[in-house]
Unconditional design. Structure first.
Length: 339
């Protein structure tokens, strides 16, 4: 499904089974209710889940738009996946930060499970990349830096989150990629799908159709199956930053095997050779985030953010959320949607 047809894109980018394609028709057949939520339209689908726009209603005309991610029934029958899915969702629901899409509820409906989460009226970074790739130019530096800095803030919060007893939750996203980074028409930047990749990896059934496309945003240690920490997410965010600045895919190749090998070798070209508008100081920040050896990367998303903040201040590159929203509305005029 074309990113530019979507107002919300919380599901991972996946390949649908052969012969299945989404029509993009908001009037396509869908359930009228999932749990306590009234379904308005289906807005994306993939090999693991369907995503709907819905609304929660209450007394005195109360209404709240929500997004519903419903796990497909054949996936929900896998006990390994469901156990990990529930465990990760219980962690993710504790994350309350302006740059993280908030989870409202984990529920069960008929023969499957669903997550109700904050509805974000906007597009994902994949749509922004698609738009600029067609024009063969990276996005402007102020916008790119602002988006990545806000993502860093959300990541750093999650990485350092503790439980009520003060014990670190050790949350790692594991799937920082363009579809999991949303930008609203108001200029908000939101991360989605915390921990979901861990649940996906627990089930052989889900891996075949879902891992494809994600390899290009994994760290070298992730493709090796090594123990991960926050620096893996820093690397993945660095990939997204590289692609925003250059409008080029960094590691994605024609086949999974070639992509796997590209990530493993981690040969990163100098972004300034692709986009000459990238100054040496910003290039240094980006290449540090993309260091093959985790010990040579920023130790945290907070450190990555600090380096970008220093660059922005030195260059007097002021940029605000409302400006990002205006930029998004010009690029993607908001469509009228149900509800």
């Amino acid at each position: 499904m074309d990113h530019r047809q979507r107002a919300f894109a919380p599901s991972p980018r996946v390949d649908l089974p052969e012969g299945q394609r989404l029509t993009g028709n908001p009037l396509a057949v869908h359930p009228t209710q999932i749990g306590p939520y009234l379904v308005l339209e289906r807005i994306s689908a993939g090999g693991m889940a369907e995503v709907y726009k819905a609304k929660q209603v209450g007394a005195e005309g109360f209404e709240r738009p929500v997004a519903i991610k419903r796990i497909l029934p054949h996936i929900a029958r896998d006990p390994n996946f469901i156990a990990m899915f529930q465990a990760e969702a219980k962690l993710a629901v504790q994350l309350q930060h302006g740059n993280i899409c908030q989870i409202y509820q984990l529920g069960r409906h008929e023969d499957s499970f669903y997550i109700a989460l904050e509805y974000v009226d906007g597009r994902d970074v994949g749509a922004v990349l698609d738009y600029h790739q067609k024009q063969n130019r990276g996005i402007p530096l102020p916008q790119a830096c602002y988006i990545i800095m806000r993502a860093c803030e959300g990541l750093d919060y999650a990485h350092n989150k503790k439980d009520n007893a003060g014990k670190p939750l050790n949350i790692i996203h594991r799937d920082i990629s363009p579809p999991n980074l949303l930008i609203s028409y108001e200029g908000e930047v939101k991360l989605i799908d915390f921990g979901l990749a861990k649940a996906v990896g627990s089930s052989i059934q889900t891996q075949a159709g879902i891992i494809k496309g994600k390899l290009a945003y994994m760290s070298p240690e992730q493709v090796r199956g090594s123990q991960l920490d926050a620096r893996s997410d820093v690397f993945a965010l660095g990939i997204v930053f590289f692609e925003l600045l250059t409008a080029r895919r960094l590691f994605r190749r024609d086949s999974d095997l070639e992509t796997f090998d590209a990530v493993r070798q981690c040969k990163v070209p100098r972004p300034s050779e692709i986009n000459q508008a990238i100054p040496a100081t910003l290039e240094s920040v980006l290449l540090t985030a993309l260091a093959r050896n985790p010990d040579e990367r920023y130790a945290s998303a907070g450190a990555f953010h600090a380096a970008l903040r220093d660059f922005v201040l030195r260059e007097r590159m002021t940029f605000r959320g409302d400006q990002l929203g205006e930029w998004m509305r010009k690029m993607f005029p908001p469509r009228r949607s149900s509800g």
